[in-house]
Design a protein around this ligand. Structure first.
Ligand SMILES: Cc1cc2nc3c(=O)[nH]c(=O)nc-3n(C[C@H](O)[C@H](O)[C@H](O)COP(=O)(O)OP(=O)(O)OC[C@H]3O[C@@H](n4cnc5c(N)ncnc54)[C@H](O)[C@@H]3O)c2cc1C
Length: 347
């Protein structure tokens, strides 16, 4: 079979991640077409090695020992209007460029997701969300290669089973599908989403707020929190939020309040369906003593965002793991809640 896919050996993974941590991939290749994606899958099978699919590397924590298989970076590009407010976007496109294009065209639905790092193909995986919006709200379907059946599939939104930071791709069938294209349905000339309190404050009393203004405001809020990738800013050398907001039974509110030594009304929380509540992980961390800037080593909590563990320079996987374990233990001891890591572990 003629090969367009170039397999390289012993490629350091840290530069391909926003955390800038981790060892090398034994084999590494960049797939720019769907044919090359399939080639990568077959190559890994023929050589009896595991395959890891890499997007923009913004939600990964790579072990110091690296990955003893093939890392396949998805670089299938393209952004096409299909009519009927539909847009087909290659998985390798940079997510924020897509947001920029949509907001400049007056297409509503992704303006609050501005500034999220990573690729378009990475967004359905954990159903990215921020500032009152989730990508699932605008996804129409996902084209992917099914590694189990060795065939291409078109998964309608319902089949993607989107939930909070979960989907078919990372929870129900992790690693089974390689996304090469996402189809979005936007709202032409739609009103921007101003559900988030920071945005409401910023635009209070202003008429006719545009999508671009909202996207710009979101990037600015993110920049202030170190949640936008800015060259030279150590607070964004992270994988974004390190812990998921835990979902617990509503009856536990009183217990959480007692553990924090505050009244129930002072515990921030949102309804999470079926008598459950979602409690902000950042609040739990702070109550348990893990505040902004915490940590003395090369890995520490961001100075501007409690939920981001950062590589202050030269941090290893082991440094991050130590800090993670310390935080998980501390929050468990105080609240009886076991925090879950959000970034994907590689290796
Ligand atoms: C500073 C910062 C801020 C962030 N803010 C947010 C936020 O506000 N909200 C939020 O939800 N997330 C946030 N994140 C996390 C991250 O940006 C998103 O999860 C992003 O969508 C990951 O995409 P990626 O292309 O970088 O994926 P990667 O990190 O490369 O991969 C993540 C997972 O997706 C899989 N994957 C990637 N591409 C594909 C594909 N084409 N097909 C199949 N599987 C694939 C990988 O195998 C892996 O399991 C933030 C991260 C950083 C560093």
């Amino acid at each position: 079979m003629p090969s367009g896919l170039q397999i390289r050996k012993e490629i350091a993974l840290a530069p391909f991640t926003t955390f800038a941590i981790g060892g090398a991939a034994r084999y590494f290749a960049v797939a720019t077409t769907e044919e090359e994606v399939v080639e990568g899958v077959f190559w890994a099978r023929e050589h009896g090695v595991r395959l890891f699919v890499l997007g923009g590397g913004s939600n990964l924590l790579v072990r110091d020992s690296g990955f003893a298989g093939l890392v396949l970076k998805i670089a299938v590009m393209g952004m096409e209007a299909r009519g009927g407010n539909l847009f087909d976007v290659g998985a390798g496109e940079v997510w924020d460029r897509f947001v920029e294009r949509m907001t400049s065209l007056g297409m509503a639905g992704v303006e609050c997701l501005a500034g999220i790092p990573g690729s378009v193909g990475g967004t359905p995986v954990q159903n990215v969300g921020a500032y009152g919006q989730e990508v699932a709200e605008t996804i129409e379907s996902v084209r992917a290669f099914d590694r189990e059946k060795f065939e291409w599939v078109e998964l309608e939104k319902a089949a993607c089973r989107f939930r909070y930071r979960e989907s078919l791709f990372n929870t129900d069938e992790p690693g089974r599908y390689i996304v090469t294209r996402v189809r979005f349905r936007l709202r032409p000339q739609g009103e921007p989403n101003l559900r988030y309190a920071d945005l409401q404050r910023r635009f209070a009393g202003k008429e006719g707020v545009t999508l671009m203004e909202v996207a710009t405001a979101v990037r600015e809020i993110r920049r202030q929190k170190g949640m936008l990738l800015v060259e030279g800013d150590p607070d964004c050398r992270s994988a974004g939020s390190f812990f998921k907001n835990p979902i617990v039974a509503g009856e536990r509110l009183a217990e959480i309040a007692a553990a924090a030594g505050v009244e129930e009304s002072k515990v921030p929380h949102w309804p999470a369906g079926e008598g459950k509540i979602k409690v902000p992980a950042a609040w739990l961390l702070e109550q348990a003593g893990f505040v902004k800037g915490y940590g003395v080593g090369p890995a520490g909590i961001s100075t501007r965002h409690t939920l981001a563990l950062t590589n202050r320079g030269g941090a290893t996987f082991a440094d991050v793991e130590r800090l993670q374990d310390e935080i998980v233990r501390g929050v468990l001891a105080r609240f009886g809640i076991a925090l879950e890591r959000e970034p994907v572990l590689v290796g």
